[in-house]
Design a protein around this ligand. Structure first.
Ligand SMILES: NC(=O)C1=CN([C@@H]2O[C@H](COP(=O)(O)OP(=O)(O)OC[C@H]3O[C@@H](n4cnc5c(N)ncnc54)[C@H](O)[C@@H]3O)[C@@H](O)[C@H]2O)C=CC1
Ligand SMILES: O=C(O)C(=O)COP(=O)(O)O
Length: 528
């Protein structure tokens, strides 16, 4: 039974789902980095929010970990690169808390415009300072939305409802989408210059870090108000504090901070600043949504191999997962065949093409290609899997391409993997026998029919009499039982191949003896 650790405060709904689905679950919140490192090795899955930092060091001790599930949107607390390199899937819940977070940004805007937190504190203190709290009206004001994705566009929609004019900067926002959601798409510099209120809704990346910089603040309208319900680090906090003190910025509402938990900040002492402790996603509804969703996604993945909302792996729907399983097995085995032969020859792979024909051509081929690469990279890299293999291939400069044929195929389904090395191009093709059993049907263009077996021996030879008898004798002298024996040849007297499945791994001596036989060109052990 797979085992999951929930290390941040998630709705109890998550525990219920995991248990109901047959996943063992522990809840341990508030762990230090050292505590997490000490126990993470026990778990197949880790469910988190923003507090747990899934660092390279944590991942190093996470020897069984297969999936990190973020019950929320931002995954900047997960070292995605290290997770990918270690073959760990990282998934999030991209929609579950979007409305709630957009509503928080709108709440922050009102709080700023009417100084509600300060006015409330003053009134509760018995001061009745009616003249102190003069607000601004939002109607007709320009709201500048930086990052107009899920949350940004909900904020825009709500602001349009409030009769604000909404301008947006988002390099990935299409003109059509901007028109559809009723925002004016403009450049960042224009937005900074025109907005009465700026609200941030981008992820934290190298491009967005400090997007509201000292310089940007200086170029903003006098009296601008800044709202950040996305990520600390998007705003230069020191520069913001100075701009607030000087009065150039009229107010700021911050839900997120450069360092969290934020226990102290020069911003806290300023009157025109509203702060919340990363509450954007904290409503009952959103927390229920994200907890349910992440528990379902993680259970699906651990129990069935279905992948949804993964940041570092192609999706496989729960419906597709059982259908794709035999195809993935076929692709992985074909990849492993090609990878083992390439490794045996110590040749570096330059390119790999995966061709799909027949039924396979109509499937979601992304996970199939990832499976083929996992098989291919396996002999070169321990722990290669569908998550890290595409990255490993890329890092080694291997060019990967997919060809999907819509021509009629001789087979109900056919997958061919062609590997280009410095010395040759080697292709191996396979099909699914009876719709589910991977079978090799072609090696280097030579037809051959063989099932994959735990131990195999692949021999290429010249097609002349005498080879089969001598080869059989070597194996029998070594006491190796032959389970199946498959032959193929390009043409009579030409290149021939022999693929046998044997009951045990051949020793180095046996391989040497086979290689020394007359007519033998190459002999390589394979295992699947
Ligand atoms: N305060 C809180 O509790 C919460 C905060 N968040 C934060 O909000 C962020 C946005 O969430 P979603 O809207 O769901 O994500 P999203 O991915 O739907 O939207 C992000 C948008 O930012 C845009 N973007 C990327 N790079 C950009 C750049 N350099 N300049 C301008 N725009 C850029 C993207 O094109 C995309 O449209 C998350 O990354 C997360 O960090 C999300 C949920 C809760
Ligand atoms: O979903 C996000 O990106 C958030 O920032 C929400 O964070 P939280 O789950 O409340 O720690």
């Amino acid at each position: 039974m797979p085992k999951v650790l929930i290390s941040d405060k998630l709705s109890p709904a998550a525990v219920e789902i995991f248990r109901a689905r047959g996943v063992e679950v522990d809840v341990k919140t508030g762990l230090s980095a050292a505590d997490l490192r000490a126990i993470i090795g026990e778990y197949d899955g880790l469910a988190i929010r923003s507090a747990t930092k899934v660092t390279k060091e944590v991942l190093e001790t996470a020897t069984n970990l297969k999936v990190v599930g973020r019950a929320g949107i931002g995954v900047d607390n997960v070292d995605i690169k290290s997770a990918t390199a270690r073959g760990v899937v990282v998934m999030n819940t991209p929609n579950g808390n979007a409305i709630t977070t957009a509503e928080h940004a709108i709440a922050m805007m009102f709080a700023l415009a009417r100084q509600i937190p300060e006015a409330s504190a003053s009134t509760k203190a018995g001061k009745w300072e009616k003249n102190r709290f003069m607000g601004v009206e939002l109607t007709g004001k320009v709201l500048g939305v930086i990052g107009c994705g899920n949350i940004g566009s909900i904020v825009a929609d709500r602001a349009i409802g409030l009769k604000m004019r909404v301008v947006a900067y988002d390099p990935y926002l299409t003109d059509k989408r901007a028109r559809d959601i009723g925002v004016e798409k403009i450049e960042l510099a224009d937005l900074i210059a025109r907005a009465d209120i700026i609200t941030l809704h981008t992820p934290l990346t190298d491009q967005t870090r400090n997007i509201i910089s000292r310089d940007a603040l200086a170029r903003a309208k006098k009296g601008v108000r800044i709202i950040n319900c996305a990520r600390g680090g998007l705003v230069d906090e020191a520069a913001l504090a100075e701009a607030l003190k000087s009065g150039h910025v009229a107010g700021a509402a911050l839900d997120v901070f450069e360092v969290e938990p934020a226990k102290e900040s020069p911003l806290f002492a300023l009157e025109n600043v509203v702060c919340t402790p990363h509450l954007g996603a904290s409503t009952t509804e959103a927390q229920e949504n994200v907890a349910l969703q992440i528990a379902e996604q993680m259970s699906d993945f651990l129990l069935t191999g279905a992948v949804s909302n993964a940041i570092n792996m192609p999706s496989v729907s729960a419906e597709d997962a059982p259908r794709l399983k035999p195809y993935m097995e076929l692709c992985r085995s074909l990849g492993a065949f090609a990878g083992q032969l390439t490794t045996a020859q110590h040749s570096a792979i330059k390119a790999v093409t995966i061709e799909y024909e027949g039924a396979a051509a109509g499937l979601n081929t992304k996970p199939l290609t990832a499976a083929a690469l996992a098989g291919l990279m396996g002999p070169m890299m321990e722990g290669a899997n569908m998550v890290n293999a595409p990255v490993l291939a890329h890092d080694r400069g291997i060019e990967v391409s997919e060809t999907i044929h819509d021509r009629p195929s001789e087979y109900q389904t056919l997958v061919r993997i062609s590997v280009v090395t410095d010395t040759q191009t080697r292709g191996v093709a396979g099909t699914l026998f009876a719709g589910s059993r991977p079978r090799i049907v072609e090696i280097k263009g030579i037809p051959v029919e063989a099932d994959f077996a735990r131990h195999m021996l692949y021999v290429t030879n010249q097609d002349k009499p005498g080879f089969i008898g001598r080869f059989g004798a070597v194996l029998s002298e070594a006491g190796i039982n032959i389970a199946t024996f498959h032959l193929g040849r390009a043409e009579a007297g030409g290149d021939a191949i022999c693929l046998v499945s044997i009951d045990e791994e051949p020793s180095e001596e046996v391989l040497k003896a086979v290689r020394a036989l007359p007519l033998v060109v190459q002999a390589a052990p394979l295992s699947f």
